[in-house]
Design a binder for this molecule. Structure first.
Ligand SMILES: *Cc1c(COP(=O)(O)O)cnc(C)c1O
Length: 409
């Protein structure tokens, strides 16, 4: 049988599992607890000897259906979902890492992940930040206690692209977990498994949910990492297929200890949103390309950051790895132009901090999401004071171009 397409698999995933009444959408199950006729069955569910539900913090049928969708999108073996993208990253790391372990992280990082890794440092987990566009930098940071390398696909806001294939090969040689935050690309543009990633992280809040109406996060195990060689797996989770040791520990410890569980209503919104991921991504990428080309020739724009422009430092890499260049585009304005004036002159483009929405959103990054980290770290990440980040949406492109023409005039 030939493998079905991305959309076909996603659109029909909920009805594969014999849903009640033939529903096409998995039902929203609000029940926190589950009753058993035979108390022995309840005990077996607790002991992992029988599939089933016991308590909503750990598992919920609506949430399971979403996990299965994400696993299929990522071509992985299992997924754990959480209340937010940050909850997915924090719960995964806290479940798998111990004091004295070392992480190598891209220096070009989502601001809140950067903040989280600072917290890890205060808890005794070492973090080294490197320029992950070059695998040589990553390699030279690896030490005996390095357990994990963490990178983003297209970094926010200056769109640096990590040397994903090079780092994947390095982590395989060194037997280190390779965790790729796929939020900016989404599984429509890129599957981290293709470069040997152990985990793919997605903030479901962004492109997968796609409409800015629900928070969520996911971590998918690609099945490529050999968990039998990982020192931090608890014996309790070794009584099954070794491929599942890592994700089981993330689900058990991550959801139990930290409890940032995704609710069933949010899971439903995210699942419905995900059905149009490919259509939205295609339109948003095409719009972003046109807008980037317009900005690149505009005299009031000092620099454009967009991987689809030939002059982008990792343009060739993006072309080879991704099925499109994404919808994040940032610009630096010339010194005489104020970023607030430009934003305030836009009609269709909203000043807002989210990204991956259907609507085009824009934010002056140094003054908002990267304000707290200070000027020094900002400049090391390539973030100038006049930088505006756009998350290009799916409006008609002429309406977006009209906003840019007017605001930059
Ligand atoms: C937004 C984002 C996150 C965090 O996701 P939340 O759902 O907002 O917690 C993580 N990584 C990247 C790259 C993001 O853009």
């Amino acid at each position: 049988m030939t493998k079905k397409g991305f959309n076909t698999i996603n659109l029909h995933s909920d009805r594969r599992d014999n849903p009640e009444h033939g529903v096409l959408h998995k039902a929203i199950h609000p029940s926190v607890a589950y009753g058993y006729e035979d108390a022995r069955e309840l005990a077996e569910v607790f002991q992992g000897k029988r599939a089933g539900y016991n308590y909503g913090r750990q598992l919920n049928p609506t949430v399971t259906a979403l996990q299965n969708r994400i696993t299929a999108m990522e071509d992985g073996i299992a997924t754990a979902v959480f209340a937010t993208g940050m909850a997915a990253i924090a719960s995964t790391m806290l479940s798998l890492l111990k004091q004295g372990d070392h992480i190598v992280s891209s220096a070009f990082l989502f601001g809140n992940t950067n903040s989280l890794f600072g917290t890890f440092q205060s808890l005794g987990i070492e973090v080294t930040f490197v320029d992950a566009t070059d695998v040589v930098e990553v390699k030279s940071a690896i030490k005996e206690n390095t357990r994990l390398v963490f990178v983003e696909t297209i970094a926010n806001p200056a769109t640096q692209i990590a040397d994903l294939a090079g780092i994947g090969a390095l982590c395989k040689r060194e037997n280190i977990i390779f965790c790729v935050d796929n939020t900016m690309t989404s599984p429509h543009l890129f599957q981290p498994k293709s470069v040997g990633a152990s985990f793919s992280v997605n903030s479901l809040t962004k492109y997968i949910g796609g409409h800015g109406n629900a928070l969520g996060g996911a971590i998918t195990d690609t099945g490529l990492y050999d968990w039998t060689s990982f020192a931090n797996i608890y014996d309790d989770y070794k009584n099954q297929d070794p491929q599942l040791w890592g994700i089981t520990q993330v689900k058990k410890k991550g959801l139990r200890d930290i409890g940032a569980s995704l609710g069933p209503e949010a899971a439903h919104h995210l699942a419905v949103g995900s059905e149009t991921l490919s259509l939205r991504m295609k339109q948003a990428c095409s719009n972003a390309q046109e807008v980037a080309e317009f900005c690149a020739q505009h005299p009031k724009v000092k620099q454009v950051y967009y991987p689809g422009l030939p002059e982008h430092p990792q343009h060739t890499r993006a072309k080879e790895l991704f099925n499109g260049f994404g919808s994040i585009m940032s610009i630096d304005l010339v010194d005489s132009v104020d970023c607030f004036d430009v934003l305030n002159a836009m009609d269709n483009i909203v000043s807002s901090s989210n990204l991956g929405d259907t609507r085009t959103l824009a934010i002056p990054v140094a003054h908002t999401i990267y304000y707290e980290m200070g000027a020094e770290r900002r400049s090391s990440m390539g973030i100038g004071d006049s930088m505006i980040r756009f998350s290009i949406g799916i409006e008609e492109v002429d309406d977006l171009l009209a906003d840019f023409k007017k605001a930059l005039a």
